[in-house]
Design a protein around this ligand. Sequence first.
Ligand SMILES: C[S@@+](CC[C@H](N)C(=O)[O-])C[C@H]1O[C@@H](n2cnc3c(N)ncnc32)[C@H](O)[C@@H]1O
Length: 442
Amino acid sequence: MYSENEISEFVDSEDLKYQRIELPYGIKTPGEERTETINLVHNELKKGQTVLDIGSFLGLFCIASLQQGASKVTGLELNKEKLRQAKQIAEFLQLKPKYLRLDVEEYPRLDKHDLVLCLNVLHHLRNPIGVLRYLALHTNDTVIIEAAQFGIREATKFVMRDIKSFIKSWTRDWKSLQTSRILLGFIPAIIKNTSAAFIAPYSPNTSLRTFFFSKAALDTILNSHMKLFSSVKIKKSNFKDRYFIVCKKLKIKHLVVVSGTCGSGKSTFIDNMQSNGYAAQLGANKMTDTFVTGNILREQKLSESFPNQFNNTVIFHYDINSINRHELHSYERDQSLDILTCADKISIVLLAPSQKILLNQMVHSESKDGYLSSYHNNLQKKYKSLEWLRALHLDWLEFLNRDSLNLHSYKFYECNSTNNILQPMTDIDSLKMLVEKRYSES
Ligand SMILES: C[S@@+](CC[C@H](N)C(=O)[O-])C[C@H]1O[C@@H](n2cnc3c(N)ncnc32)[C@H](O)[C@@H]1O
């Protein structure tokens, strides 16, 4: 236990701005009141959950999380001095958060946490979008972001000057201050409602600020560019004209991926899965399970396909040639495949019919009035190469084999229209061997 004198002496002698923390004997650090954020954390935190706080500073939100029932709390902070002060403050309060001196931009290897906080840090990062993805992949349940927007102050200082000269260049006889005032008056509203991101004006005298995201920009990044959150809610913060984003991580108990190239029979497999007994074998139910396709996921916000955070079984129709069709170039870059990281258990069904059947089925299912679109016409030519087919299928299996995916939670099946049997495979290597054999010259 520390005496009142010891705590007062610490508070009086140290530089403790920004976060007001209540210490024993009614002593407080002199920072700003952050009750609104504490209440938000309280609302989102379920008892016994783990918390990760990025840029934990003096540890206000680590302490608040422990006091609100978190089972384990980790604070990541770059600044050595802040870490020393934070450790001392936690000791005064007899709490034990884990404080680590780590740079989040180096993507440290950490366990997933239930609740991840990233409060007022984003605009100091060199690669904020990379960090957002890292946070999304390192959370089990919720991410809370508090973000700075491009302020009216910056707008007046930097943007207005540019806008004025822009308008001048277009309107030769533009002299009226009145018109200028009217036009400039719209700028704050435009800035707030745009989906743009801004580069922070550089100043060597303040801490490094890099990018400001408008609300719509962060919503697009979190809800469309990545497919990891089932809901992204934006709320106003009273702290310095900032805003909060509360993101709920999509959770799927069992994801059944019905994969194959165009014409392999994915839709037929899914349509008949109930009557053929595949549904029972896979533990899926076409009538009641959520159904998504790669295209639906790419086209919509994830929240439109998954209005609920928690999902039992999901059937996912995935065209393995879509990375070529949509110029995504690799499976890693296909946002629709993000949902693989949200599932506890995954069953991969590969439909890989022989070259002859594939060609017939593709032409039959894709012809309209006896004609193929130029894409399908091209595909028909590609399908005539066994080497191309082998490489396509092996690339897909290679992607599934990468170590960032949790392979032990996977089950593999193969099904081809010759015998209509859904065959479980012992592992991914046996599926690779089957593909090698099926698409080899002999
Ligand atoms: C503006 S303060 C916000 C503190 C706290 N999150 C809050 O809202 O009260 C930003 C904090 O993030 C830390 N920080 C900045 N870049 C970081 C990085 N790359 N990795 C970890 N911490 C970082 C800074 O040292 C600083 O303590």
